[in-house]
Design a protein around this ligand. Structure first.
Ligand SMILES: Cc1cc2nc3c(=O)[nH]c(=O)nc-3n(C[C@H](O)[C@H](O)[C@H](O)COP(=O)(O)OP(=O)(O)OC[C@H]3O[C@@H](n4cnc5c(N)ncnc54)[C@H](O)[C@@H]3O)c2cc1C
Length: 275
């Protein structure tokens, strides 16, 4: 029989994390985990649900900081960030996840903890240099850069069994003047797994010329990574889709899948068209 832990506060969560047995799972929106549990006939000794910890759902955005609780759903992330130029890539990525049903249940924490190379939110969180707060047994917390979040795609989560993601923190002062976009290339236009996730941040001068740029690509390697060649293409230019083909040769060697070398140019162009 499976024992359920359903904490209601962060304090209770910390206490429950300390009581979890070895064979336990953490449940957020369940859009991935429940499918895995059914298909693999998993019957853990304990299941800890994060659903009732209200603080984990909170999104607070000030001019200085964006704090996004790990249990915020994709739909909530879109509602909170759409229209904010520095955080627009988050809205793009979250609005591209699955179907409306998935976006109403699936959480930002689950998307990251899942550690899927094809997940849509991680490249954007890397782009924004997000920090992630992690809680361990007893409620002790630590904050680390998203890029340091340990990875290892299997099994389903990247964290220790008794650790949870609490919130993502984005320093908006460091993003002042920056605009960001995300474009996902999949096999079809909707409810599709990402084959390339192109996220771009640019800082333009008053004439619209790009002074600085950051480009992070997802769904090519096990974790997102930076593409300096694409950043060099952008600097000194306007964000014009015509720059897409210039990615050309520079993308070779990034992937063993030849079609992705070609497709990356289109993804770059389509992302630029979103500015
Ligand atoms: C039809 C369908 C379409 C989908 N489309 C997309 C898509 O387009 N893009 C995409 O990126 N994903 C997609 N997904 C995958 C999934 O829906 C998302 O990754 C979602 O964000 C997962 O969040 P969740 O809250 O449902 O996580 P859950 O299923 O509850 O959990 C997933 C894993 O993360 C762990 N976990 C969850 N939250 C935490 C936390 N706070 N701390 C520690 N561990 C945690 C769980 O233990 C589990 O191992 C799709 C899934 C389905 C079924």
């Amino acid at each position: 029989m499976t024992t359920s832990f359903i904490p209601k506060t962060l304090e209770e969560l910390g206490r429950d994390l300390a009581r979890l047995p070895e064979d336990s799972l953490i449940l957020a929106g369940g859009t991935d985990l429940v499918i895995h549990m059914h298909s693999r006939h998993m019957r853990p000794q304990a299941l800890l649900s994060l659903s009732d910890v209200e603080e984990l759902r909170q999104i607070v955005i000030t001019p200085e900081l964006a704090s996004i609780g790990a249990m915020a759903t994709m739909a909530q992330v879109v509602a909170a960030t759409d229209g904010l130029e520095d955080l627009q890539a988050l809205a793009h990525a979250a609005s591209d996840v699955g179907s409306p049903q998935i976006r109403n249940k699936g959480t930002i924490g689950g998307n990251v903890a899942n550690a899927s190379p094809a997940a849509d939110l991680p490249p954007v969180l890397w782009l924004l240099n997000a920090q992630v707060e992690i809680m361990g047994p007893g409620g002790a917390t630590r904050v680390i850069p998203i890029q340091e979040l340990p990875t290892g795609a299997k099994p389903a989560t990247i964290l220790a069994r008794n650790e949870v993601l609490v919130r993502f923190l984005i320093d908006r002062t460091a993003l002042k003047g920056w605009r960001t976009v995300f474009y996902k290339l999949g096999h079809r236009s909707q409810v599709t797994i990402s084959r390339i996730g192109m996220s771009i941040a640019i800082l333009q001068d008053e004439c619209g010329i790009i002074q600085d740029a950051r480009v992070i690509v997802g769904a090519i390697k096990p974790v997102p990574y930076r593409l300096p060649a694409a950043e060099n293409i952008l600097r000194g230019n306007r964000p014009d889709p015509e720059l897409g083909p210039r990615l050309g040769e520079t993308f070779k060697g990034n992937t063993r899948r030849v079609y992705k070398e070609e497709a990356a140019k289109g993804a770059f162009a389509n992302a630029l068209a979103r500015f």
